[in-house]
Design a protein around this ligand. Structure first.
Ligand SMILES: NC(=O)c1ccc[n+]([C@@H]2O[C@H](COP(=O)([O-])OP(=O)(O)OC[C@H]3O[C@@H](n4cnc5c(N)ncnc54)[C@H](O)[C@@H]3O)[C@@H](O)[C@H]2O)c1
Length: 298
């Protein structure tokens, strides 16, 4: 992949990390945020990460914070948006971005779950618009889901996949633009049952997490569920499903138990209590454990 000019819109948790990955891959990166403080801290956050990971710290010199949206995207070959998860904000932003970019520039949204079709519906040229769903932290988790809409050109998909692969990511093509794409549909199908187990008093929250981490969670990084189904046999999988599927949670909306936690202000780390209680030390220890684990797996 030849050197590209990349614009990252939104310099928050995901945006600065995405900029870091592209800069480390040798691309020139502009980064824009409407909040000056976020823009100002982007390069120092990237430098800290690069040093911490033992990556080339001079990569940060390829990241240029730009305080004006039009200036940030004007010369870009590729624009990726990582602003807050709000459909209206994203729609407005892309209409504005399209006014300033070149005719061939590819436009990507890093939304977690909003259909790309909705975000891009107001564009004049929708063939160049797609989704790229990264995972946090972007410089440690390899997957990027590349999501096309009914309008996206194959050339835009192919170029975007090549861009991410050359930057060391593991891009996959999501062929239909459905809410949650692939990763978050799978993740939240599991969370729905995890919450239901607690809601119905089958076990407590700590037990749910222990069961996952100490059993199939150990294998998941090297054995996907469909590989696993083939490994044990589709006939055995069918037999298990005949017994288990009728018993597991299938409600369409969020759990009333979860709604209750939110209504009571039990917001997790933010408030010190969610499904479980969390001291500041426990929060820091868990964050650090996840980071160390991801670094080792890199
Ligand atoms: N945090 C995650 O784990 C994660 C993972 C995958 C995808 N995402 C998605 O990535 C996007 C960004 O998430 P985040 O966690 O980095 O959020 P964040 O709040 O850390 O960062 C968002 C940044 O966007 C800026 N911003 C908001 N509106 C803007 C606008 N109109 N123009 C320019 N800048 C604007 C904010 O000032 C902020 O700095 C969201 O769509 C989110 O759903 C997040």
């Amino acid at each position: 992949m030849t050197k590209a000019r990349i614009a990252v819109i939104g310099a928050g948790l995901m945006g600065h990390g995405i900029a870091q990955v592209f800069a480390l891959a040798g691309h020139d990166v502009t980064i824009y945020d409407q909040v000056q403080a976020s823009l100002d801290s982007a390069r120092s956050r990237i430098l800290t990460n690069l040093k911490d990971l033992g990556d080339d710290p001079t990569a940060v010199e390829r990241v240029r914070p730009v305080p004006d949206l039009a200036d940030a995207v004007r010369d870009a070959d590729y624009v990726v948006e990582a602003v807050q998860e709000d459909l209206g904000v994203k729609q407005k932003l892309f209409v504005e971005i399209e006014r300033h970019v070149k005719a061939q520039t590819i436009l990507a949204s890093n939304t977690s779950v909003i259909p790309i079709t909705r975000i891009m519906e107001g564009l004049r040229d929708r063939s160049r618009a797609l989704g790229t769903h990264w995972w946090n932290p972007p410089y440690l988790v390899p997957l990027v889901e590349v999501i096309g809409t009914q309008w996206t050109s194959q050339a835009a998909i192919d170029w975007t996949i090549a861009l991410h692969r050359a930057a060391g990511k593991m891009p996959v093509h999501v062929k239909k633009d459905v809410p949650g794409f692939v990763g978050n549909r799978l993740q939240h199908a599991l969370w729905r049952e995890a919450i239901a187990l607690v809601e119905h008093g089958i076990c407590d929250a700590e037990t749910v997490d222990t069961v996952i981490k100490a059993s199939f969670g150990r294998r998941l990084a090297v054995l996907g569920p469909l590989e696993n189904a083939d490994l044990v046999g589709t006939d055995l999988t069918l037999a298990i499903h005949q017994t288990v599927l009728p018993a597991i949670e299938s409600r369409a909306g969020p759990s009333p138990y979860l709604e209750g936690l939110v209504a009571q202000g039990k917001l997790g780390f933010k408030s010190g209590e969610g499904f479980r209680t969390w001291s500041a030390e426990e929060q820091a220890a868990l964050r650090s454990k996840v980071l160390q684990h991801l670094k080792k797996a890199r």
